[in-house]
Ligand binder design. Structure first.
Ligand SMILES: Cc1cc2nc3c(=O)[nH]c(=O)nc-3n(C[C@H](O)[C@H](O)[C@H](O)COP(=O)(O)OP(=O)(O)OC[C@H]3O[C@@H](n4cnc5c(N)ncnc54)[C@H](O)[C@@H]3O)c2cc1C
Length: 571
């Protein structure tokens, strides 16, 4: 065993969350090694170029990171991060102007727009949305022995301080629909916002999720951010800055290194063993202080750790975890002509050939259509049964992209996407996990019909190529994506905050000493709220005496230290 194979911290998985915690810990002066199975890091924040001149992000695209303390603490601007702040639709100022429904454009009333902006803290003096979003996502769950009350739940504290006229303890029981019903009139407005929440993590119809669901939407809309896709080089460009930051602080990154086992000695994680297929000669990598699993929670406990180290009841609960959430069926069409939107949707265009995109709710655009869709995805879980004209989709218009990094540079050809619909997580599909792959042609026809509700020239004369990424494809592209779900999804209380993924694991610690969790499926808040899992885990690594950050560190103001541990607050 050479000294080279020993690090303070070994991190399994070089996706966004593993890399965030690597950057934080390396900045604390610890020696850190990331072990990534694939030839490239980035996990679900990747770009692909299926044919020359066509750059797609098959998974993550939108920047849900606006409020993250990580921008300041990790100083990503020093490592190549650049943000294009140009608002392509300058009229959109916190008060959305319109939504696409099956009956044409729904125009938001000024009163509803203002009510929405108020609920999100955009109208506060000062605007308190950063506090609200940070309290919701960038704060570790409270210790298990702390009883949660309306007075100590972080987002409740922010709401009480800044929005006392809206605050009520009942917010902890309300769905997003309940809250919107009190302040907003337009039904299509409410259904569309609930749909954006549904595809952004906290569903619009789950009890107790009113504020988290609201916050999911607020984080990716103006004026909070000028437009959803802001980073230069898109989300993979952002990931590159994160990885460069980790490397600049001394982290070692090894790709093509699939981990097979977490080595445990006397109940303590002491390192990992790589699979025999790993090209590296030395198969054991030792950890002096900690092993962090930044891969999915089931693989961590069911495969990396043998049953001899775990209680059978605990393992059964890991097996029983609900990871349903939802997955996206993602389509990009390469076309000869710019897409033209039907006259009824003209106001979804920001200018000649520039589609602002957004959610679409078919039929009359009401919660009836929303719930029919939810019943398909979370209830029936098979292929969509809702007819296309009553279907739902999210279309990211080409106006959202960085002009220096367009999706298509092929002369005379265009891409406008992704075009996403939410579908069931493959492993819960009653017809088998590969069901949607088997009926791809049918699904593609459904997507075309759905998109054609608003677009008039998406036909065989115009389409040059269709690029599809099913959730099952995602699972094969990215081993971290169990079931092709992004697990940003937090649909129920049982998948949220101090219950995620189970109460005793919620602060990132595990029953194995020295083993911590930092993955979208295993830590609060999961995906989308970028850098949050790593930032939240930092509090715990400080409590356990592993990390000692410099002056650059500040904890969440709502964090409650664990009794008997060192506090992550500054003395
Ligand atoms: C279709 C889709 C759309 C999305 N849209 C957005 C969006 O718009 N905005 C947004 O912010 N997020 C979005 N997300 C979610 C976002 O991509 C994820 O939340 C984020 O990538 C999660 O990072 P992670 O590090 O937790 O996991 P992952 O990205 O899954 O990383 C885990 C890493 O571990 C590696 N690994 C697995 N097993 C092993 C092993 N045995 N040994 C070594 N390495 C291993 C994997 O190869 C992978 O690189 C989307 C996801 C999907 C699927």
């Amino acid at each position: 065993m050479s000294e080279d194979e020993r690090f303070d911290v070994v991190i399994i998985g070089g996706g966004h969350n593993g890399t965030t915690i690597a950057a934080y810990l390396a900045k604390c002066g610890l020696s850190v090694c990331i072990l990534e199975e694939r030839p490239e890091c980035g996990g679900a924040q990747e770009n692909t170029e299926p044919i020359a001149g066509v750059r797609l992000s098959p998974h993550a695209i939108a920047n849900y990171a606006g409020p993250s303390p990580g921008w300041e603490q990790l100083e990503l601007w020093k490592y190549g991060f650049r943000m294009d702040l140009h608002a392509r639709n300058p009229e959109y100022r916190g008060v959305p102007t319109g939504f696409m429904t099956g009956e044409g454009m729904y125009h938001v009333t000024e009163q509803d727009g203002l009510a929405w902006a108020k609920l999100l803290g955009f109208l506060g003096t000062p605007m308190f949305s950063t506090d609200l979003f940070r309290a919701t996502f960038w704060c570790p769950p409270h210790p298990i022995d702390v009883e949660l009350t309306p007075d100590n739940i972080p987002f409740m504290q922010v709401y009480k301080q800044h929005q006392p006229d809206v605050w009520t303890p009942e917010l902890l029981q309300m769905t997003m629909f309940d809250l919107m019903d009190e302040y907003i009139e337009g039904e299509p407005f409410k259904a569309c916002m609930a749909y954006v929440a549904l595809v952004s993590g906290a569903h619009g119809h789950f009890e107790g999720q009113a504020i988290p669901a609201l916050s999911c939407v607020g984080m990716v809309q103006p004026p909070y951010i000028p437009r959803p896709v802001g980073p230069r080089g898109n989300i993979h460009g952002y990931y590159h800055a994160l990885l460069r930051c980790a490397i600049a602080h001394g982290a070692t990154v090894r790709t093509c290194c699939p981990v097979e086992e977490i080595m445990i000695n006397d109940g303590t994680a002491v390192g990992v063993r790589l699979k025999d297929t790993s090209p590296r000669g030395e198969k054991k990598i030792w950890a002096r202080k900690a092993v962090i699993s930044a891969t999915d929670v089931r693989q961590t406990f069911q495969q990396f750790i043998g049953p001899s180290h775990m209680d059978a009841g605990f393992l059964q609960r890991i097996k029983d975890l609900s990871l349903k959430g939802g997955s996206l069926y993602v389509t990009h069409w390469l076309t000869k002509d710019q897409l033209r939107f039907r006259p009824a949707y003209a106001s979804a265009m920001a200018g000649e050939g520039v589609f602002t995109g957004g959610p679409f709710i078919g039929g009359a655009g009401t919660r009836k259509e929303y719930f029919n869709h939810v019943a398909d995805v979370l209830g029936w879980k098979g292929k969509p049964r809702v007819p296309a004209k009553e279907g739902l989709f999210l279309w990211v218009g080409n106006q959202n992209y960085d002009v220096t990094h367009p999706q298509c540079t092929r002369p005379g050809q265009y891409i406008c996407g992704p075009f996403d619909t939410m579908v069931a997580t493959p492993e819960y599909d009653p017809e088998g996990p590969d069901n949607l792959n088997k009926i791809k042609a049918e699904m593609d026809a459904y997507h075309l019909e759905l998109a054609s509700c608003v677009c008039e020239n998406l036909d065989s004369n115009n389409i040059v190529s269709t690029f599809v990424n099913t959730p099952y494809d995602s699972e094969f592209r990215n081993t971290g994506l169990l079931g092709g779900s992004w697990y940003g999804v937090r649909p129920s209380r049982a998948e949220w905050w101090n219950q995620r993924p189970m109460p005793e694991l919620a602060r990132g610690r595990t029953p194995i000493d020295g083993l911590y969790l930092c993955h979208q499926s295993s830590t609060h808040p999961g995906g989308l709220a970028l850098m949050a899992c790593g930032y939240n885990l930092m509090h715990i690594m400080i409590e356990d005496g592993i990390a000692e950050p410099g002056q650059w560190w500040y904890p969440s103001p709502w964090y409650i230290p664990e009794r008997g541990k060192k506090s992550a607050k500054r003395p």
